[in-house]
Design a protein around this ligand. Structure first.
Ligand code: MG
Length: 379
């Protein structure tokens, strides 16, 4: 790892874990600092392995090459680490946050989350960012004397990307001046956490084009309406006229150029913002406005692409058809478990907060396990 900038999260200054633990052996000699250790804990967790079988946009069984939550998370980590290295930020922390950022996602992507949120409306709602934190704080069962993975403050702060005020108040009461405080006092998370948010958007904008075209729901012709795409598409055909009829290669080369320009744009824009605000420590960076950003032009271009994908892919009738089905599966599973808790494993069935236990159980499911449970319980 290159030397960290003064505004990076320094592992030695970590705010620590909820349950104090001694440093890893050899940590003093540069082996396994707290954020590397967090990353290792995440990779070995059950929730992480489940990401393989969870939907990003296309349902897991619809095709073997579509992104899943797992491959999406790996792409976010790759983009995040590249940018972190260029900005002398803490690459290990970025990797830990990126690999954990979607751990709380339900099966069936956003359709699953929306359905579960509706079911949980009378019981405090369901929100996947908060659930990701709940997974690493409470739901993983791997240690003899505490629940969860006992991650460092900085990783947990990054995992809690959004938080409704009501939930922030609740978290703050449990953990004063903790990971939710920033939603109440209007400060920013670490630069590494900010970077993961942006890397997330860069990743899904690009891979959803790829998956969208692969699925046949988006066409290259249609993509000409999106300046961020058509600009690079034209460049590619200009530079490689022989590729005119080789759709896939043109697509990949276009996406590659698009990704690379966004990465360099973030590096340049963030560099400029860091020079303007000149934070001297990670905590000073938290007091500044968000500093890890796109340039204004790239921000606009990325927003246009996002709304294109929204209209033409996420709301495509064929996608909506499957998401309607997925919503129904989640709703019916919720009702069945709430009425028949014994259909769940004992630890959930005996919970003092049954609706929350049902939400935990369902949100932990992979697409195919949820589908199987639905077939078993809802004839
Ligand atoms: Mg994501």
């Amino acid at each position: 790892m290159t030397a960290l900038a003064c505004y990076a999260s320094q592992p030695a200054l970590s705010r620590g874990r909820r349950y104090p633990e001694p440093d890893a052996p050899l940590a003093g000699q540069g082996f396994r600092n707290p954020h590397q250790r967090d990353r290792d804990r995440i990779v070995h967790s059950t929730a992480f392995r489940r990401l393989v079988y969870k939907t990003q946009v296309f349902l897991n069984h619809e095709g073997d090459l579509f992104r899943t939550r797992m491959t999406h998370s790996l792409e976010v980590a790759q983009l995040g680490r590249s940018i972190a290295r260029a900005l002398h930020l803490n690459e290990d922390l970025v990797e830990a946050i990126a690999l954990a950022h979607d751990l709380g996602h339900t099966p069936f992507g956003h359709a699953g989350q929306d359905a579960l949120n509706e079911c949980m409306a009378p019981y405090g709602g369901f929100e996947h960012n908060l659930q990701s934190l709940r997974v690493v704080d409470e739901l993983e069962e791997r240690y003899p004397s505490f629940n969860g993975l006992n991650l460092s403050f900085e990783t947990r702060e990054g995992i809690l990307k959004h938080c409704a005020r009501r939930n922030a108040l609740w978290l703050e009461a449990k953990e004063p001046q903790g990971v939710a405080a920033r939603f109440l006092n209007g400060t920013q998370p670490s630069l590494e956490a900010q970077l993961c948010n942006l890397a997330d958007a860069i990743a899904y904008n690009a891979h959803d084009i790829d998956d969208g075209v692969r699925s046949g729901l988006l066409t290259l012709e249609q993509m000409q309406d999106v300046p961020l795409f058509s600009r690079y598409h034209a460049q590619v055909l200009d530079a490689h006229p022989q590729l005119q009829n080789q759709g896939r290669r043109v697509l990949y080369e276009t996406i590659r150029r698009m990704l690379s320009d966004q990465v360099y744009d973030v590096i340049a824009a963030t560099h400029a913002a860091l020079q303007t605000h000149a934070p001297q420590s990670a905590d000073q960076a938290r007091q500044c406005p968000a500093l890890v950003t796109f340039s204004e032009a790239m921000f606009e271009a990325s927003k246009t692409l996002q709304s294109f994908l929204f209209r033409n892919l996420y709301r495509h009738p064929q996608v909506s058809q499957t998401t309607d089905w997925a919503r129904e599966v989640v709703r019916q599973l919720f009702d069945v478990y709430l009425g028949n808790p014994h259909e769940m494993p004992k630890a959930y069935a005996q919970s003092e907060d049954l609706p929350r236990a049902v939400a935990d159980y369902i949100s932990g499911m992979t697409d195919r396990f949820a589908t199987r449970e639905h077939a078993r319980l809802v004839p």
